[in-house]
Design a protein around this ligand. Structure first.
Ligand SMILES: Cc1ncc(C[n+]2csc(CCOP(=O)(O)OP(=O)(O)O)c2C)c(N)n1
Ligand SMILES: CC(=O)[C@@H](O)[C@H](O)COP(=O)(O)O
Ligand SMILES: [Mg+2]
Length: 642
């Protein structure tokens, strides 16, 4: 379907075109930009509400700043659709997040306007400060701007950046886009503080007046850092700097202002551009602005999938037979079942209550399930602290976001051998979010940690049983369970809970000549592949290892005694992952076999549907068929249905 942008937007091929427009015309540009985002996302999918909330900001920034010379860094980047459309990617926007299409996040490979690759939150302040400091060292007069949301501001990294920015004497502007939302409603004392300063009228009017006056002062040789500093000193006579968190960190604080008032934004940015040093502009916006359903239910419309833009109906696939649930929902329901029996169970999520489905427990047991903000490191150490007091915490973190908390996993959990249960959701290739979000590395990075159990279920029943096993009192050590994004394979998933012996895999079938060893959900790809291969008279054995640590040595002795051709399959990097564990076992026991490792290759995998990416990486059913045929000496046309 050809989606036409409005007449003004059609003429904007770069920010230079935007700059030709009058200030009055910017209103129309905002309307057309917002409509184009609605039109395209409703048909092609993607993140939605966040970009609608920064339409005016995106236009104002590119109108005032000299991008890409001036450096603009978007935090997370899920809100940067307006920025992409204004910077030469309007016509490519319908390919957003598609295989070989543009990325859903700013990406340095894609455009010179994307100054910093993002996807994980809270990096923008450090990155923009780094750019500002480098410009200063090089003697350039470049501006650096970080746009960070109130959710992303909850992370320690954002505070590390501000702590440095306040004393770095570099020209960096932090724009705090405060919409009181993360994906779910934002949490924590900081959120309450932001609401307080947004509503304290006396303080804000006073500050606003002073900074407005300051902003109007001439710049250049008549307005030096010394003058700014003198004015600041006189202001400090009136204001207790510690009454404002940001000023206490030596960032000049401006705002809050209405982030949907394009004229006000343009004026303010114009003034701020000429004020040297580190500063923070607080803007207040509405997530989902301009699409009323999204304004009302911002979590649902964070990334709604395809929808009818007129009626607001979000399309769902309809099936006549029951479908398998999402793994996240199996987690969300099972933890409640377990917590009803075991009073020591606690649930923790860093800002993903909906994405992890911990929200079910938060609703039912609000005293025992917590969203701690975008704070993966804190989530892990908090869980460790609770574990010292006898709690059995299920700390649920997406595999790729767990990368943030690696030191905490080793230092706070593993070294002390504390019984924290890590549920790593989104383990493996996640699809359209692409490189920043793939859970590619956790098998490798958890496998090397002493004391850690590393497991992965092949289906919903196994996920439930692994969760059951992990919370048993006798299993008082770190335990990780990784599972993929999306649906599993068992429509009837509410199976009785049973213990699994730690470190025991299972033989799914015997075979001839060749064995397939799988870890986690790709075992189902192997099942499909075996069905296809058997029609050609090739009959591989299949083993689902379930644990990569401790690994089932008895089972592996059986495998290596019976088979000398082995294919390993995992939804994780082949560097140091499950296949590597098999090779280590083989070497340690002096077995000789041909081993082919299928999994995520040692390169960055971009975005596309999971099926497209599994195929590209060669470990879907077709890839397994091809690998087996090659090993048994057949090179036949592969014909497996995706
Ligand atoms: C390290 C990390 N943890 C979690 C996420 C998932 N995540 C993406 S956007 C988002 C909410 C961000 O809220 P905010 O910064 O306020 O932006 P808004 O969507 O409100 O514009 C979260 C939790 C992430 N991208 N990175
Ligand atoms: C931008 C971001 O990091 C999240 O919105 C992420 O896209 C969520 O992914 P899921 O859809 O897998 O929950
Ligand atoms: Mg927000």
């Amino acid at each position: 379907m050809n989606i036409a942008p409005g007449p003004l937007l059609s003429m904007i091929n770069s920010p230079a075109d935007l700059k030709q427009l009058s200030r009055e015309q910017l209103h129309q540009v905002c309307d057309e930009l917002r409509q184009y985002i609605i039109d395209v996302v409703s048909v092609h999918g993607g993140h939605f509400a966040a970009s609608l909330g920064v339409v005016e900001l995106s236009v104002a920034l590119h109108y005032i700043y000299n991008t890409p010379y001036d450096q603009l860094v978007w935090d997370v980047g899920h809100q940067a659709y307006g920025h992409k459309i204004l910077t030469g990617r309007r016509d490519a926007f319908p390919t957003n997040r598609k295989y070989n299409g543009i990325s859903g996040f700013p990406n340095r490979k894609e455009s010179e306007y994307d100054t910093f690759g993002v996807g994980h939150s809270s990096t923008s302040i450090s990155a923009a400060l780094g750019m500002a400091m480098a410009s200063k060292i090089k003697g350039e007069n470049r501006k650096a701007v970080a746009v960070i949301g109130d959710g992303a501001l909850t992370a320690g990294l954002a505070f590390e950046g501000m702590n440095h920015a306040g004393v770095a004497d570099s020209d960096v502007l932090i724009i705090l886009n405060d919409n009181c939302m993360s994906i779910d409603p934002n949490v924590g004392a900081l959120k309450e503080y932001l609401t307080d300063i947004s509503t304290s009228q006396t303080y804000n009017k006073f500050k606003d007046d002073i900074w407005k006056a300051l902003g109007k002062l001439p710049v250049g040789k008549n307005f030096t850092r010394e003058m700014a500093s003198k004015i600041e000193h006189s202001i400090k006579g009136f204001i207790n700097k510690n009454s404002n968190l940001f000023e206490a960190l030596k960032l000049r604080y401006f705002g809050p202002i209405d982030g949907h008032n394009i004229s006000k934004l343009v004026d303010t940015l114009h003034d701020l551009k000429n004020i040297p040093g580190p500063k923070l502009l607080h803007i207040v916006t509405v997530k989902g602005k301009g699409y009323s359903l999204a304004e009302k239910d911002q979590t649902r419309w964070h990334a709604p999938g395809l929808f009818d833009k007129i009626t607001g109906e979000i399309y769902k696939k309809s099936f006549e037979v029951p479908q398998p649930p999402k793994y996240q929902d199996v987690f969300g329901h099972t933890i409640i079942e377990l917590a009803e029996q075991n009073k020591s169970i606690i649930g923790v999520t860093p800002a993903m209550p909906s994405g992890s489905s911990l929200k079910f427990m938060m609703e039912k047991m609000p005293d025992r399930a917590f969203d701690v903000g975008i704070c993966e490191q804190h989530a892990v150490t908090l869980s460790a602290g609770m574990a010292t007091q006898g709690m059995r915490v299920f700390c649920n973190i997406y595999s790729s976001f767990m990368q943030r908390a690696y030191d905490q996993v080793i230092h706070d959990v593993a070294i002390q051998n504390l019984p924290v249960v890590f549920c790593l959701d989104r383990g493996g290739l996640v699809g359209e979010d692409g490189a920043t979000h793939h859970g590619a590395y956790d098998i490798a990075y958890f496998r090397c940690i002493p004391n850690m159990v590393v497991s992965s279920p092949m289906n919903e029943q196994e996920l439930r049983n692994l969760m059951y096993t992990a919370q048993l009192e006798k299993n008082d050590f770190p335990f990780s369970i990784r599972y993929p994004r999306g649906e599993g394979v068992m429509p009837e998933w509410r199976t009785p809970l049973e213990e699994i012996t730690i470190g025991k895999g299972r033989k799914i079938k015997d075979g001839k000549e060749i064995a397939i060893l799988s870890f986690g959900h790709p075992g189902n790809f192997a099942t499909t592949a075996i069905r296809e291969l058997r029609t050609d008279g090739i009959d591989p054995a299949h083993y689902d290892l379930r644990f990569v640590k401790p690994i089932d040595e008895d089972l592996l002795h059986e495998v290596f005694s019976k088979y000398n051709k082995i294919v390993t399959v995992e939804d994780g990097t082949v560097v140091g992952g499950f296949g590597s564990a098999i090779l280590e076992f083989m070497a340690a026991h002096n077995y000789k076999a041909d081993v082919k490792m299928l999994g995520i290759p040692d390169r960055i995998v971009e975005h596309g549907t999971p099926k497209e990416l599994y195929r590209e990486c060669g470990y879907d059913a077709a890839g397994i068929v091809a690998a087996v045929r090659e090993m048994v000496g057949e090179k036949v046309q592969v014909n497996v249905k995706l």
